[in-house]
Write a protein of this length. Structure first.
Length: 652
């Protein structure tokens, strides 16, 4: 393990003023109870919320039990004004609301006298004393102002209850996804950006997003309610939005090799240990947001580029290094269709080029692979405030990517080979990412989310009722391109030993001769929940979630180029084991002092693993991924394969 110190030069400039926290679409709530000087509840009080994060203001009327609720407010700094005839107007300022929080702000009104109003400048409540989640939130100021890494995993590293498997030093992990666990649960996370579920596998983030376009990143490590399907960390982020004023951010950071330090001693250096220092790192980010039509339609656009050049352990610096070139484009538009309706559209595109992928001490530079991929996510949201009590949101989105990986050199002059004794690979790149040769992965994840919340005040406390549904169809199509040819030489101690023949792939079209492994995982869920504020200090949350998981795969056809070795085969699509699960959730949150500064929380929840069930094998239901391993390749002794090799070389 190497610890390295680093320094970087960063320039931050504000265009007019820094973009405020204006993102919408998460379950962010302001609530509380209004009383008089004798602690009697006051119904009919007009509660008005104003903030730079709002266009205009939001209002609510206290219920017969004195409670009020402002659902789905944008993150930002608020002022609340409480007004009732015969009482002094009460103003509470500097209330900072973060993504996903439910903040309780109570007020006590005094009978009107010569003084008509009173303004309270108090410390903003920072603890969510109603929900059961253990979480932290980083807003724009913290994301930019804290000198740390500029990626999603740096936010995870600062979250309570999350333990990282690696830490970024001066951008050293900028081009890598870092493993982590939440209270001992490894994987099983869920990553959602601006309402789009980009989770890849058990805990992947999908792609490298624009860190500086994030408005807030909230990480919940435990105690998630019915909206979370798995027991790991919930990583929820929102994107900046435009407002009535033109605002923006310009960021540049640069880190040359002269600013890189290390702690490698002479003994380690004598053994050839080099560490993995950055040779160069630089990042550029401009963004701007503002009005298209004042008080009605706003825009936000951002661009991000970063370049990284890193040494690889065991590979001399002058021989080859790992290089990554990233470009990201983000836009978000917000339309206030009416006083009740808000429409939001969001799109983000990421492009990545890495010319020396999989390079290592055992993989020569000419045997490295090249990647040039693009990833996208987008959605459209409709939010409606039906009444003082009823709120709904409909969210339709998509996440996907095109991920090709192929060799740097021509297999016809430098065929791929590996020495099975030493593990050294030479020639054109072949085995990569568990695939049989160079590949193209197409991922598509259409999704739909809908939630309805209803606020029900009673004499026995207030109920915050929530119901919703989810639908996702996660598809991954893997195709082998044939760019490394149909022969993979497997030597033993430098001598010819075996050859592996592959039947798929057409180098002329760089597409597979068969449809590949077209695996799908469809999930649908329904959930209901009641968050009951039983007293001013205690909140009880009870809910249940029903999930149906349906893994399946599409039809696959194998049209072999080596028909004398491999038979032509068609595998019918099939549905595998469908799983239905019911997950209860129960929690309690208690404010011991009643001042909103601390909370004691207890929670019980049932969660189910999100991984795909094992494929069921049979004559008519063998998945394409299994087919590729079973009949897609054949290993021959060198002498036994001579005839096939001569035929293949002649064809090439």
């Amino acid at each position: 393990m190497t610890l390295r110190g680093s320094a970087s030069i960063a320039i931050l400039c504000a265009v007019l003023r820094a973009t405020p926290a204006l993102a919408q679409g998460q379950a962010t709530i302001l609530t509380g109870v209004v009383t008089d000087a004798q602690d009697s509840v006051l119904p009919g009080v007009t509660v008005t919320a104003t903030s730079p994060a709002l266009i205009g203001s939001r209002t609510a009327i206290t219920e017969p039990n004195g409670s009020y609720r402002l659902p789905s407010v944008p993150e930002g700094t608020y002022t609340l004004t409480f007004d009732l005839s015969g009482f002094q107007t009460h103003t509470r300022a500097n209330i900072v609301v973060s993504l996903g929080q439910t903040l309780t702000v109570d007020a006590q009104l005094q009978v009107q006298s010569l003084q008509e109003s009173v303004t309270v400048i108090a410390e903003s409540p920072v603890v969510d004393v109603q929900s059961t989640s253990v979480s932290s939130t980083l807003n724009t100021a913290k994301l930019i102002g804290v000198p740390t890494a500029s990626d999603l995993w740096s936010a995870l590293a600062r979250a309570p209850g999350v333990r990282m498997q690696g830490y970024d030093v001066g951008g050293s992990h900028k081009s890598e996804q870092t493993g982590y666990e939440a209270f001992g649960v490894r994987g099983q996370a869920r990553v959602v950006t601006e309402g789009v579920d980009t989770t890849e596998g058990a805990n992947g983030a999908g792609f490298y997003q624009d860190y500086y376009a994030q408005n807030e990143i909230a990480v919940s490590a435990a105690g998630q309610d019915v909206t979370m399907n798995t027991p790991g960390a919930a990583v929820i982020s929102s994107i900046k939005s435009g407002g009535n004023e033109l605002r923006g951010l310009f960021h540049v950071s640069y880190e040359p090799i002269a600013l890189i330090g290390d702690n490698i001693d002479d003994e380690s250096r004598a053994r050839g240990f080099t560490g993995v220092p950055n040779n160069k790192f630089w990042e550029l980010h401009p963004d701007v947001g503002g009005p298209i039509i004042r008080d009605r339609l706003w825009f936000f656009v951002a661009y991000n580029h970063f370049t990284i050049d890193v040494d690889i352990t065991g590979v001399p610096h002058d021989r080859a290094t790992y290089q990554g070139y990233y470009n990201n484009y983000t836009t978000k538009e917000t339309f206030k269709a009416s006083d009740q309706d808000t429409l939001i559209g969001y799109y983000q595109l990421g492009k990545l080029r890495t010319p020396n992928r999989n390079l290592s001490a055992l993989t020569s530079p000419e045997s490295a692979a090249t990647q040039s991929s693009n990833t996208h996510m987008y959605n459209g949201k409709w939010q409606r405030v039906w009444s003082n009590r009823l709120f709904s949101e409909l969210n339709i989105g998509h996440f996907g990517y095109h991920f090709p990986q192929g060799p740097l050199i021509d297999y016809r002059t430098n065929p791929p080979r590996i020495d099975t004794a030493s593990g050294v690979q030479t020639g054109a790149a072949f085995a990569a990412a568990g695939a049989n040769g160079p590949f193209v992965i197409e991922r598509s994840k259409p999704q739909l989310f809908a939630t309805v919340t209803y606020f029900l005040p009673t004499d026995a406390g207030s109920h915050d009722l929530k119901a919703g549904l989810e639908w996702l169809d996660d598809a991954q199509l893997t195709e082998n391109t044939g760019e490394s040819g149909p022969i993979y030489y497997q030597d033993l101690n430098g001598q010819a030993d075996q050859v592996q023949l592959f039947s798929f792939g057409d180098p002329a079209t760089l597409r597979s001769a068969w449809t590949g492994a077209d695996n799908r995982n469809r999930r649908a869920a329904l959930f209901v929940q009641d968050r009951w504020a039983a007293t001013s200090r205690m909140t009880i949350t009870a809910g249940v979630r029903y999930d149906r998981q349906r893994p399946y795969y599409k039809e696959s056809t194998l049209a072999p180029t080596l028909s004398e070795v491999f038979p032509a085969t068609t595998i019918s699509g099939a549905t595998l084991l469908t799983r239905d699960t019911v997950s209860p959730r129960l929690g309690v949150s208690f404010d011991p002092a009643g001042d909103g500064r601390s909370a004691i929380k207890a929670f019980y929840g049932r969660y189910y693993n999100a991984a795909r069930p094992a494929h069921r094998r049979g004559r008519s239901v063998v998945p394409a991924s299994v087919l590729g391993r079973v009949v897609g390749a054949r290993r021959l002794r060198a002498q036994d394969g001579a005839r096939h090799l001569r035929q293949l070389q002649h064809r090439a």
